[in-house]
Every structure is written in structure tokens, then in C-alpha cells.
Design a protein. Structure first.
Length: 225
């Protein structure tokens, strides 16, 4: 009797879940991100994604078109997540230096906690950005990130805190490069030079160093010692 009631409850729960298309799609995209990050576009299997989401391949194709469409939507979801996190930082209410520091810290922490995001970006680079170039969503999200950083730097330039040529695209490139490498090259760097920087204390040291490096890069030359 107990087993029958449990099966019925599980069935009813899944039925209710499947009546919420947004929740179903979010769940599919979460699992798809994991699969694509682990196996790449060619190695990921829609059948495996379907099995892990308690939905069907038919429904995945209904929502996302095909495997390439699912991959593109998973990539968009990954970028949307990091940009949403940046928006929540409320940088406009902080002094320029504090705002930039907070943004760098957030980016370092996000990438450290979300290696799947880094792997997805690496996979997209293997494909020469062909799927990213098809996405208006990602283009808009990333242009918004440059504008967001640009406002912080503009406030710093106008107040004389930052150097006059502090360019948001250059600074964004620098932040991305430093925080991305920390995750993307962790395995090879640790094998060659030891895993000191990969351990918790090493990550704390590296985080402080990255923040300091970016801040120093935008200071007027007279402020650099």
C-alpha cells in the first residue's frame, strides 16, 4: 500500500512539474549545460539529457529544435546567469574603485564556482564562435556588460581616480583573461607548477592579486608605485 501511494505521489509530482513549461525548460538547460560542458557539442547525447530530466527527446526537440539549438540555448543561459549576477552588484551606489573591486571579485568567484561556464566558452572557441554569432541574446548581454563597466570607469575618469584612457573593453578583456585562465588552465598549470594556487589559501591569494592587478592598471601613472 505504501509503495503504491509513493508511486502515485511521484507520478502526480512529475505531472505537475511537466505542466510548468518554464520549469521544464530550465531543468533541461541545467542538465544540458552539464552534458555539453563535460562532453562537448559532438559528444553530448540528447537521449542522456532526456533521461536525466525525466522528459523525452521529443519534448526537448519541441522546445529547442535540435541538439545545436539546445546547445545555443544552454550557452545563452550560462551568459545570462553571469550577467544577471553582475546586475545585482549595485555598482552605481559605490565609489569607482570600490565598484571595480567588487566587479572583479564577483567575476573571479563566479568563474571559480562555475567551471562548466568556462568549459562551455572553451568549447565555443573550438567552434570558432559559430553558435555564439547566431545568438542576438548573447550579443546584447555582453554589450550590456561593457556599458555597465563603462559607467564605472567613466565615473572614475571624471573624478580623477582612474587614468583618462581607461577603456571598458580593454579592462573587460583583462578581467576575463585573468579570471578565465584560473579555471581553464588549472589542470595543466597545477601539474607543471604544483597545486598551491588551486588550494583554498592559494585561491584567496590569487583573488587578491587579480583585484590588485586590475585596479593598478586603471590608476593614473603617478599613482603606481
Amino acid at each position: 500500500m505504501h509503495d503504491t501511494l509513493k508511486r502515485r505521489a511521484d507520478r502526480d509530482s512529475r505531472a505537475g512539474w511537466k505542466q510548468n513549461p518554464e520549469a521544464v525548460q530550465a531543468n533541461i538547460l541545467r542538465v544540458a549545460r552539464e552534458e555539453f560542458a563535460k562532453n562537448g557539442l559532438s559528444g553530448a547525447r540528447v537521449a542522456e539529457i532526456a533521461a536525466r530530466t525525466e522528459t523525452s527527446k521529443r519534448m526537448i526537440y519541441y522546445y529547442f529544435g535540435d541538439k545545436a539549438g539546445l546547445y545555443r540555448h544552454a550557452l545563452e543561459a550560462a551568459y545570462r546567469e553571469v550577467r544577471a549576477g553582475e546586475e545585482e552588484l549595485d555598482l552605481e551606489g559605490l565609489a569607482p574603485e570600490a565598484a571595480l573591486k567588487k566587479l572583479v571579485e564577483f567575476t573571479f568567484d563566479h568563474h571559480h564556482r562555475n567551471p562548466e561556464f568556462i568549459r562551455l566558452v572553451m568549447i565555443e572557441n573550438i567552434h570558432h564562435g559559430s553558435y555564439l554569432s547566431q545568438s542576438q541574446v548573447i550579443g546584447d548581454l555582453n554589450s550590456g556588460a561593457i556599458e555597465h563597466l563603462g559607467r564605472v570607469l567613466d565615473r572614475g575618469r571624471r573624478s580623477g581616480v582612474f587614468r583618462p584612457d581607461a577603456d571598458p573593453l580593454l579592462v573587460h578583456w583583462q578581467i576575463s583573461a585573468l579570471t578565465f585562465f584560473n579555471v581553464s588552465n588549472d589542470a595543466t598549470f597545477s601539474l607543471i607548477f604544483g597545486d598551491g594556487l588551486s588550494k583554498p589559501e592559494g585561491q584567496k591569494r590569487l583573488r587578491r592579486w587579480v583585484v590588485d592587478t586590475v585596479l593598478r592598471s586603471v590608476l593614473p601613472a603617478s599613482e603606481i608605485r
